[in-house]
Design a protein around this ligand. Structure first.
Ligand code: ADP
Ligand SMILES: O=c1ccn([C@@H]2O[C@H](COP(=O)(O)O)[C@@H](O)[C@H]2O)c(=O)[nH]1
Length: 374
């Protein structure tokens, strides 16, 4: 890959990025780097899709909430399988107590697939909100495309096509007695059900469906979380893994000494401003300088250092590090000169050399006709 295609790839990819490398057992994804000829309309960022399955009241929602809380600086959206319960006719509603809500056929999986497909392709979508009291999904909520999509529900691993959408599959594994106790409390307090009906439904439908349909999908999980939301260690590890996946840039796979700065909404906001045709020259320079300063500071962070101890004004010893000495910057003429000021501002007294690189001939060979080093 030559410098031009590397730059084009950088340009076409956004700050938050998804890698084709996955932990064992994760779905392999085709990284955009394998498709350099893809047209601009096809070049969308693929969101990272996490499936969270497990028995009813196992703590799936609690686990999702904790993941979302920890990923507060990313765009994350939660899609519940409940939203895709089949609709009832008025006649069917009169016999709702005989309905098996825990059977795979209770869900409109085709609609779920359509919704997920839209979100994966960067389209906003209206998703029904299921009401456990009326058994209806009349209200819609607008869900915008996001960097991370969490699909949660008792049977989200049941259909192979749904499983194949997922980059990470989590099964929340909580003891049956704990699930039943939580279900009784939740369904009587929040869903307005009476305890007799909850127990009848449990023995007639919920337990058999767990054994027949939900438990067998545990084998598809990449990660099994015992004790649900109480398992902070598992949730921290999951969030760490998601962050690594989101931050990994395709170019890092080709250039092992390339570091890509983890994106934040601040960085994204600045990238948005400098790309906006309406942005004034003054603002463009201001935000470019801020971004350049970040790049320079991060770059300096990768230089070698030596350990150093200093005495603080209160007389205690502080063990820190000493900056690398005798630094020299090299500015590529017509390319890196805009970064010189930031480098001077960060490295007191740094000497900066100049180099001119240009491409010669049809094979794109790069030559260096002029260099002036300090
Ligand atoms: N770790 C926990 N300790 C105590 N109660 C919990 C815990 N996790 C969830 N719950 C409660 O159990 C019920 C079911 O939890 P929820 O996360 O909604 O499970 P699910 O989404 O799997 O049905 C809720 O009322 C919730 O408040
Ligand atoms: O109208 C309904 C719809 C579903 N249920 C029960 O809900 C759980 C699944 O929801 P979780 O949030 O995963 O617990 C399932 O066991 C259904 O039986 C219901 O009771 N009424």
């Amino acid at each position: 890959m030559d410098a031009k295609s590397a730059v084009e790839l950088m340009e076409s990819s956004n700050e938050v990025h998804f890698s084709g490398f996955h932990m064992d057992g994760f779905e392999q994804r085709k990284a955009s780097i394998e498709q350099p000829t893809t047209s601009e309309t096809d070049m969308y960022e693929q969101p990272f899709v996490i499936g969270v399955a497990g028995g009813a009241a196992s703590g799936k929602t609690a686990v999702c909430d904790m993941i979302i809380q920890q990923l507060h600086d990313q765009r994350v959206v939660l899609v519940n399988q409940d939203s895709f319960y089949n609709n009832f006719s008025e006649e069917e509603l009169t016999r709702v107590q005989d309905y098996n809500f825990d059977h795979p056929d209770a869900f409109d999986t085709e609609q779920l697939l359509r919704v997920m497909d839209k979100l994966k392709h960067g389209e906003a979508v209206d998703i029904p909100k299921y009401d456990f009291k009326t058994y209806k999904s009349d209200v819609l909520r607008r869900v915008n495309p996001s960097d991370v999509i969490i699909l949660e529900g008792i049977l989200v691993f049941h259909d192979q096509r749904v499983r194949e959408l997922m980059n990470m599959k989590i099964f929340v594994d909580t003891d049956a007695d704990v699930r039943l106790a939580r279900r009784i409390r939740r369904d009587t307090n929040e869903k307005g059900r009476d305890i007799g009906a909850v127990l009848d439904q449990y023995s007639k439908f919920v337990k058999p469906a767990f054994d027949d349909f939900i438990l067998p999908t545990k084998k598809y999980a990449d990660i099994i979380i015992p004790r649900g939301g109480d398992n902070h260690v598992a949730i921290d590890l999951i969030v760490q893994h998601i962050r690594t996946k989101l931050g990994q840039h395709d170019l890092c796979k080709i250039y092992p000494n390339l570091y890509v700065i983890q994106s934040t909404f601040q960085i994204r906001g600045m990238h948005t401003l400098i790309r906006d045709a309406q942005t004034t020259k003054h603002d463009f320079v201001f935000y470019s300088d801020r971004l350049i300063r970040l790049v320079v500071e991060h770059g300096l962070g990768h230089l070698p250092f030596t350990e150093k101890q200093v005495l603080t004004p209160t007389g205690s010893v502080y063990t820190g590090v000493d900056f690398c000495k005798r630094l020299c910057g090299v500015s590529v003429i017509r390319s890196g000169e805009s970064m010189e000021n930031a480098l001077r501002a960060c490295c007191k007294g740094i000497k900066i050399g100049k180099i001119l690189i240009h491409r010669e001939g049809d094979n794109g060979q790069q030559v260096c006709p002029s260099a002036c080093m300090p």
